[in-house]
Design a protein around this ligand. Sequence first.
Ligand SMILES: Cc1cc2nc3c(=O)[nH]c(=O)nc-3n(C[C@H](O)[C@H](O)[C@H](O)COP(=O)(O)OP(=O)(O)OC[C@H]3O[C@@H](n4cnc5c(N)ncnc54)[C@H](O)[C@@H]3O)c2cc1C
Length: 494
Amino acid sequence: MSDTAIKHVVITGGGTAGWMTAAAFSKLLGNNIKVTLVESDEIGTVGVGEATIPPIKNFHKLLGINEQEVMKATHATFKLGISFENWGQVDDEYIHSFGVTGKECWAGEFHHFWLDGKMRGHKDEFGEYCYELQAAKQNKFALSKDMPINYAYHLDATLYAQYLRKFSEKLGTERVEGKISQVDKCPATGNISAITLASGKTISADLFIDCTGFRGLLIEQALHTGYDDWSHWLPCDSAIAVQTKSVSKPKPYTRSIAHKAGWQWQIPLQHRVGNGLVFCSKYLSDDDARTLLLDNIDGETITEPRVIKFKTGRRRKGWHKNCVAIGLSSGFIEPLESTSIHLIMTAIVRLLRLFPYNGVTESGVKEYNSKLDSELNAVRDFIVLHYKVNQRQDSEFWQHCQQMEIPESLAHKIALFKETGRVFLDDGDIFRVDSWTQVMFGQGLIPTQYHQIANVMSDDELHKFLASMKLAITQAVEKLPEHDDFIKHYCPSN
Ligand SMILES: Cc1cc2nc3c(=O)[nH]c(=O)nc-3n(C[C@H](O)[C@H](O)[C@H](O)COP(=O)(O)OP(=O)(O)OC[C@H]3O[C@@H](n4cnc5c(N)ncnc54)[C@H](O)[C@@H]3O)c2cc1C
């Protein structure tokens, strides 16, 4: 073994990022690498981040985590998508679901057939051809081999970290409680050599994973990696979060309700609801945001409303020297499409695939950072799309978003869709064409052209094609049980 070999990894921080990393490393890195996680009870975690997207299921599979067990432990519900309310115009509503709409063919996705159908007088909405979307609308859910459904979870972030902590400790991760007060670097290499806790205890390691949240204790405060500020594209810089008691059955989707200077989330768990407002401080004060949120929630509050400030953007390098930033320490793109936990997972998997067993190499670091770049740019573009393509005339904030400059890559995607009805994915895109079209149609963007493939069908053939697809979905959704009833027998939290 070379003397640069990685024998000890220290993870700093015990939020969702820290414990997801510890769980994956302790399960998948092999027996020769020691994993230590340091966290501070006094500092605590950010305490939000409870909606996920479907690939989280793959992460659990990779780790051998049983779905029913983790859902029970985290009081989880199923998520089929997000209901966007007041985003296109005030009183508009659409669901961005995790499903595929209709059937694609060589020429492109189903929306070309739907657009052709519209021209020929069909009145059905785009979403009527999507199983997940219709199930969400009717609060239905079930797992079935005959009619697979694409879903994610709403879960309690604190309970999820606790679950992963138990999982990791059983597999040998050592947890150290304490506040890190000093980060030491090797003068010759600039690598991090050790961290020192307020108690005086020093822990040295070969590789450090910075999961210390927004503060980026290692990646920024020690290594000065730099930050790209994206707030000119995503102007919201604040959030206020509060939990409430449930007053109705949990819906199988997240709600995102646009207000005059931001948007409100509602994430239903089995026992409570996570609520919050993401807003832009230039247009709304913290006090007004608090009033707005409290005026728009159902159910008794069970926590004090808490303001969280953030700067949208990304650390210039996710991996720098012998330190990899995972989670909020690596940057933050606001939670509109619940992408942060997903980015934690992809960072972990990418790092595991490139794991520098015999020492950090320049090429490995470069590969990691380049894949991260593509992924972050693609997520950023998808989130900016929601803001840019709004039609609201009622507030300065939304008008600012309509007029703001957007990344070149997104400007191209919007123009291509507007002019041709086509969507092509970029490297790193984590959302499918279906997601892009659901949001673009949902917010009122109708293309002037589309592929003429449906022309091969007569009116009667197109009608039968569309009607049979819709019927199959309607019949399948009718057979599904209520989401709440399914949870009660599949994964009740008590
Ligand atoms: C308003 C908001 C809503 C969000 N909603 C979603 C969502 O719906 N879906 C989603 O995927 N993501 C969401 N996110 C993102 C999600 O919350 C985070 O990605 C996730 O919680 C991971 O956070 P973290 O572990 O990186 O940081 P944190 O939870 O902040 O954890 C940091 C850890 O570092 C420790 N630490 C810090 N400094 C020290 C020190 N000096 N010594 C020792 N320990 C230290 C802390 O104690 C803590 O354990 C949201 C974020 C925000 C701000």
